[in-house]
Design a protein around this ligand. Structure first.
Ligand code: GLA
Length: 411
């Protein structure tokens, strides 16, 4: 017991960076919470309750339906998996719902080329009231997750004080490092502190976490998407510079495939999350998802943009009085992602603009590929006007790339 306390204090004292080299691009995968919540009634609802079977079925879908090969490799457990602690204080999963244990699920995920994520909470309880990780349990729980061969930890922040969080998150980062197993670390800390400085120290977070939830939980509605988007755009001067390879802002899960978004809104969430360099965690039933939703989530150019190696988060660069907003994300090879987003509720809007209005200058010639339709718009120059037609609560998204210098005057 004593050596553990000594080690814990030593870890707490060190400012240790999370040197795991993981998540050089935003993580992609599947996370249980938004769609499956804390449904633990396996007697009444065996197909949808939080159980080993649910995760194995989603693992099969990820592996067999093209998701894994596009990069959706994380299979992440959220709240409500814990059964308790054993006589020695070790976490154990609910024995009825996870009869073979978490190591078995991790092996299963790995056998399919996937990675397993798990959830705990720094505090007395998880948000749904299951046993949490108190400060004296940080080291032990990190070792348990490593022993189970877990690949990502989401550490929530219910039922702890700001002081405990300020100690516990760095301590967990150090404890994960000390296991020797690369475990991506998702921190909910900033969401519990209002998401903004001075309470939130983003340079510290970038040192100890691979991603962090900044703001409210997403719910299955368009108003929820908008409130998150507004908060991210309104605070982009703080948030945009702190994201980069290995450390990402997380506006929360994708709703695509669920019940609250129209087709246009689903396309909009995908485009906006991509331009924000956000993690792409689906939270939907992959056993029954529609072909239309699959198309949105499996768009290869969208994924290429989300996973751009520069890892620069985009910004809202224009808020037009017509209720059109434009977001821009710089990409590798002098390319850009541009999202034209309509907040209108009347009819498809003809938005007239130019690259100059979006901040481009010089004589370069660009070509744009429409990310959803595949259409090509060529010969774009700074001063030339163009028109995009944007559906209500929808987007037009461009992959914009230079096509070389314009030809000089003909002699
Ligand atoms: C918090 C988190 C959610 C989810 C729930 C689980 O609200 O922000 O993402 O993990 O807890 O109880």
């Amino acid at each position: 017991m004593l050596w553990k306390t000594v080690l814990l204090l030593a870890l707490a004292d060190q400012v240790l960076a999370l040197e795991n080299g993981l998540l050089r691009t935003p993580p992609m995968g599947w996370l249980a919470w938004e769609r499956f919540r804390c449904n633990i009634d396996c007697d009444a609802d065996p197909k949808n309750c939080i159980s080993e079977q649910l995760f194995m079925e989603m693992a099969d879908r990820l592996a067999e339906d093209g998701w894994r090969d596009l990069g959706y490799t994380y299979l992440n457990i959220d709240d409500c998996w814990i059964g308790g602690r054993d006589a020695n204080g070790y976490l154990v999963p609910d024995p009825k719902r996870f009869p073979n244990g978490i190591a078995f699920l991790a092996d299963y995920a790995h056998s399919l080329g996937l990675q397993l994520g798990i959830y705990e909470d720094l505090g007395n309880f998880t948000c749904m009231g299951y046993p949490g990780t108190t400060l004296d349990k940080v080291l032990q729980d990190a070792q348990t997750f490593a022993k189970w061969k877990v690949d990502m930890l989401k550490l929530d922040g219910c039922f702890s004080t700001p002081e405990e969080q300020a100690k516990g998150y760095p301590m967990m980062a150090a404890a994960l490092n000390a296991t020797g197993r690369p475990i991506a670390f998702s921190c909910s800390w900033p969401a519990y502190e209002g998401g903004l400085p001075p309470k939130v120290n983003y340079s510290l977070l970038a040192d100890i976490c691979n991603l962090w939830r900044n703001y409210d939980d997403i719910q299955d509605s368009w108003s929820s998407v908008l409130s998150i988007l507004d908060w991210f755009a309104d605070n982009q001067d703080v948030l945009q510079p702190v994201a980069g390879p290995g450390h990402w802002n997380d506006p929360d899960m994708l709703l695509i495939g669920n019940f609250g978004l129209s087709f246009e809104q689903a396309r909009a969430q995908m485009a906006l999350w991509t331009v924000l360099a956000a993690p792409l965690f689906m939270s939907t039933d992959l056993r029954t998802i529609s072909a239309q939703s699959v198309d949105i989530l499996q768009n290869p150019l969208m994924i290429k943009i989300n996973q751009d190696p520069l890892g620069i988060q985009g910004r809202r660069i224009l808020k037009d009085k017509s209720s059109i907003e434009v977001f821009l994300r710089p990409l590798a090879r002098d390319a850009y992602a541009v999202v034209f987003f309509s907040r209108r509720a009347d009819m498809p809007y003809r938005f007239r603009s130019s690259l100059a209005q979006l901040g481009f200058s010089g004589s370069g010639v660009y070509e744009a590929q429409d990310v959803y339709t595949g259409g090509i718009i060529s010969g774009l120059q700074a001063e030339a006007n163009f028109t995009v037609i944007i559906n209500p609560s929808g987007v037009v998204m461009w992959y914009l790339y230079p096509t070389g210098e314009p030809e000089g005057p003909q002699l």
